[in-house]
Design a protein around this ligand. Structure first.
Ligand code: PRX
Length: 665
C-alpha cells in the first residue's frame, strides 16, 4: 500500500453525464441496491441493449458455479454494437484508425462499419462457417480485426483472437484446442519502424491444425506475398481478404441479418496463461458479457456523444475485446485505434495522437506510463493535451509515483483517473473509483463496481505449497493483506473453460462458491481496495500474465535441463521480469553462453514475450518435504535477499543446503 490516506478530490471540471450518480452517497445507495436485488439492478441495465426476446429470469443460480444470466433472452452482439447505431447515427465515426506510418489513416462511420462487417459475415458463410463454429483471428491492430470479430458475432460464430508475440507452437496449441474452422491473418504489420511477419508464423502454426479449412489473409503490407494454392497443399484454402470483400459490387449496400443468439450462447474464447502448463480457453457468452461491458462503459468511463475513446491495449488481450471493441461500440461511441508503439518515431507519439485526434478518454497500462516517464516529462509538455477529460489505468498495480506523474503531467490535475482492476475471466472491470464521484488514492483500485462483492480472506505464504489450502479461513481485518475473492456472480464473469468444466470449477471456485482471483489485496480504513499482485503461479510482465509452469516446461524440454523454477523479479518499468533457477545435467558447463542458449530456446518455444532476463544455475531447488518447489523463497532470492531469516517460514523445507547454496552465490 502506498500513501493510503492521501485522497485526491475528484477534479471540479469533471461533470458526469448521469445525473443520478454524482455523489458518493448516490454510489452507495445504488451499490446497496445492486447487492440486495441484483436481478432488478441488472434487469434495468440490460434495457440499454436491444433484445430480440426478453429474458424470463435475470439470474439462474441453481447450478453454481455454472451461473446463467438473462435466461432465454435473445440478442445479437453485432446488432447492438453496429447495426442499431448505423440506423440512429449512420454518419457518426465508429472507428478512427491510425497506422504506424503517419499517412496510413482509415475511418469508418457506423454505416461504413456495418457494410464492412456484413461483407465479411457473408465471406464467413461462403466458406461454410456456421453458428457455433470457431474462427481464429491472428491479426495485428488493424481495422480488419474488429470487423472480423463483429462479423463472427453477427452470424453467431465463436471467435478466438490470438495475440501477437507468441510462437508458432503457441498459436498452434490455441487453434488446435479451439478446433477453429477458419484462420484470419495478415501478411505483416508495422512495429517500431520495422515490418513484422505474421503469415509465416501462421503457416507454420497450422501445419498440424487439421480443423482449419480456410485461411483469409489481409494484405496489410504492400509487398509481394505468395499464398499457397490448393494444388500445393489441398487444405486449407488460402484467399486474400480484399478479394473476398469485393465479392459484392461496392456500389450496392450488402445486408446480413443478425443471428438470434441465446444470451447463454458463447460469443468468444480467449486464451490466458494457466497455473498448469496448458493455456486456458476462457469462455464468454453473449447476454451477460455485453450487458456488463456496456454498463461499465456508462458508469466508469462516463462515455458521451462527442468523446473519442482510446484504449491502448492490443485487441488480442481482454482489455482490447471489452474496451476497444464491445464496450465503446455498444454505446455508439467513437473509438480510436493505433497500430504502433508508444515511443516510435519519437517518444511523444501517444501525446501527438491525443492532440491530433482530440482524444477525450485515454486508458492505458502502468508499464506504458513507466516507460513514458523514462522518456522525459518534457515530451508531454510539447503537446496540447487539453482535450483529455478522463484517464484510466489497467493491467497491474500502479505505484503512487507513476500515478501522480500521469495525473499531473498528462491529466494536468484536471482529469479524473480511474485505476481499474479486472481480469480476462471477469469480462469487465470489478474494482474502480467512479470518475467525478470518488476521491482518488494514488495506487488504489477504489471500490467494487455495482453487483460486485469482494472479500479478502486470510492468506498464509506457505499456502501455495499445500495441495488444498484452507480457503474457509476467516476474513482479513482492515489493513491486512489476503486473498482477493468475489462472493457473488456478476454478468460479465467467464461462463467456463473451453471443453474443461472440471478445470473451471477447480481453478476458480475451489470447494465453495466464491470466485478466486489469484491476486492479493488489502482494504484500508476508508474501504479502498489495494491490489498487491498475483499470489499464485502467474507472473505479470508489462501487464501480460505469463505462466511459470509453461516457462518451466519450455526450459525442461531442453535436453540438458533437468529441473527449473521460474519466478518474477521486480522490475522498474515492466513490473516484473522472468527469473529462472535451473538445474542442469552434470556434464554441462554452467556458463553465460549456455544461459543465452536457454533464453533463445524458451523464446523459440513460447515466443518473445517469454524472454527470461536472468538465469541462475543451481544444483538443487528448495523444496518442501512433499516435493513442492518453494517459489515464494525463490522470489525473495531473485529480488536480492541474502539473509536466511528474511525468507519466511522454512519449517517445511526438506533440505536446507539448497537454500544455503543459493544465498552463498
Ligand atoms: O494481477 C491482476 C492484474 O492483471 C491480472 C489479470 O490479467 P489479465 O487476465 O491479462 O487481464 C488484464 C486486464 C484486465 C489480475 O489478476 N491487474 C489487472 N488490473 C489491475 C491489476 N493489478 C492491479 N491493479 C489493477 N488495476
Amino acid at each position: 500500500m502506498g500513501e493510503k490516506n492521501e485522497a485526491i478530490l475528484p477534479p471540479k471540471e469533471f461533470m458526469r453525464r448521469m445525473p443520478w450518480i454524482r455523489s458518493v452517497d448516490e454510489y452507495e445507495r445504488l451499490y446497496r441496491e445492486s447487492i440486495k436485488n441484483p436481478e432488478k439492478f441488472w434487469g434495468k441495465q440490460a434495457e440499454a441493449l436491444d433484445w430480440f426476446k426478453k429474458w424470463d429470469k435475470v439470474l439462474d443460480e441453481t447450478n453454481p458455479p455454472f451461473y446463467k444470466w438473462f435466461v432465454n433472452g435473445e440478442l445479437n452482439i453485432c446488432h447492438n454494437c453496429v447495426d442499431r447505431w448505423a440506423e440512429i447515427q449512420p454518419e457518426k465515426l465508429a472507428i478512427i484508425w491510425q497506422g504506424e506510418p503517419d499517412e496510413d489513416v482509415r475511418t469508418f462511420t457506423y454505416d461504413g462499419l456495418k457494410q464492412q462487417v456484413n461483407r465479411f459475415a457473408h465471406t464467413l458463410k461462403r466458406f461454410g462457417v456456421e453458428k457455433g463454429d470457431r474462427v481464429a483471428l491472428y491479426l495485428p491492430m488493424i481495422p480488419e480485426l474488429p470487423i472480423a470479430m463483429l462479423a463472427c458475432a453477427k452470424i453467431g460464430a465463436i471467435h478466438t483472437v490470438i495475440v501477437g508475440g507468441i510462437s508458432a507452437e503457441a498459436v498452434k496449441i490455441r487453434i488446435q484446442d479451439a478446433e477453429a474452422k477458419m484462420l484470419v491473418t495478415a501478411n505483416g504489420y508495422y512495429r517500431a519502424g520495422k515490418i513484422k511477419d505474421s503469415l509465416e508464423i501462421a503457416k507454420e502454426a497450422i501445419k498440424d491444425c487439421h480443423s482449419v479449412e480456410t485461411v483469409i489473409v489481409v494484405k496489410r503490407i504492400d509487398k509481394e506475398t505468395h499464398l499457397p494454392c490448393c494444388a500445393e497443399c489441398q487444405k486449407p484454402v488460402y484467399s486474400w481478404w480484399e478479394q473476398e470483400m469485393e465479392f459484392y459490387d461496392y456500389d450496392f449496400p450488402v445486408e446480413c441479418a443478425p443471428e438470434r443468439m441465446s444470451a447463454d450462447d458463447i460469443s468468444f474464447l480467449l486464451y490466458t496463461s494457466g497455473s498448469t502448463g496448458k493455456p486456458k480457453g476462457v469462455v464468454h457468452t453473449t447476454g451477460g458479457y455485453l450487458v456488463y461491458v456496456n454498463t461499465t462503459m456508462w458508469y466508469i468511463f462516463d462515455i458521451r456523444d462527442n468523446d473519442v475513446f482510446w484504449c491502448t491495449a492490443d485487441i488480442g488481450w481482454i482489455t482490447g475485446h471489452s474496451y476497444v471493441v464491445y464496450g465503446p461500440l455498444s454505446c455508439g461511441a467513437t473509438v480510436f485505434m493505433y497500430e504502433g508503439v508508444p515511443t516510435y518515431p519519437e517518444p511523444d507519439r501517444y501525446w501527438e495522437l491525443i492532440e491530433k485526434y482530440k482524444i477525450s478518454i485515454f486508458y492505458t497500462a502502468p508499464t506504458v506510463i513507466r516507460d513514458l516517464i523514462q522518456q522525459g516529462t518534457e515530451w508531454t509538455q510539447k503537446r496540447d493535451l487539453s482535450c483529455l477529460r478522463l484517464l484510466g489505468s489497467v493491467g497491474e498495480p500502479i505505484d503512487s509515483k507513476s500515478w501522480l506523474w500521469y495525473f499531473e503531467n498528462v491529466g494536468k490535475k484536471r482529469c479524473s483517473l480511474v485505476d481499474t482492476y479486472w481480469q480476462t475471466e471477469t469480462g469487465g472491470i470489478l474494482l474502480t473509483t467512479l470518475p467525478g464521484v470518488h476521491s482518488m488514492k494514488p495506487g488504489s483500485t477504489g471500490f467494487p463496481f455495482f453487483g460486485v462483492v469482494p472479500e479478502i480472506i486470510k492468506h498464509k505464504e506457505s499456502d501455495e505449497e499445500c495441495n488444498e489450502p484452507d480457503l474457509r479461513r476467516s476474513q482479513c481485518s482492515v489493513g491486512e493483506m489476503g486473498k482477493l475473492m468475489f462472493s457473488r456472480p456478476w454478468p460479465g464473469m467467464l461462463k467456463g473453460l473451453w471443453k474443461d468444466p472440471e478445470r473451471f470449477s477447480k481453478t476458480y471456485w475451489h470447494k465453495f462458491e466464491k470466485y478466486l482471483s489469484g491476486d492479493g489485496a488489502v482494504e484500508d480504513e476508508d474501504g479502498y481496495f489495494w491490489v498487491t499482485g498475483r499470489i499464485d503461479d502467474l507472473i505479470n510482465v508489462s501487464g501480460h500474465l505469463l505462466s511459470t509452469a509453461e516457462t518451466e516446461g519450455a526450459l525442461i524440454s531442453h535436453q540438458y535441463v533437468t529441473e527449473a523454477a521460474v519466478v518474477g523479479k521486480p522490475h522498474k518499468i515492466k513490473g516484473n521480469e522472468l527469473y529462472a533457477f535451473v538445474v542442469l545435467g552434470k556434464e554441462v558447463d554452467m556458463d553465460k553462453e549456455f544461459q543465452i542458449v536457454l533464453v533463445k530456446h524458451v523464446r523459440e518455444k513460447l515466443g518473445p514475450i517469454y524472454t527470461i532476463r536472468e538465469i541462475k544455475f543451481t544444483e538443487k531447488l528448495p523444496k518442501t518435504k512433499s516435493g513442492k518447489i518453494m517459489r515464494r523463497v525463490l522470489r525473495k532470492i531473485a529480488a536480492g535477499e541474502k539473509n536466511i531469516t528474511e525468507l519466511g517460514d522454512l519449517s517445511t523445507l526438506a533440505d536446507e543446503s539448497a537454500i544455503q547454496n543459493l544465498l552463498k552465490e
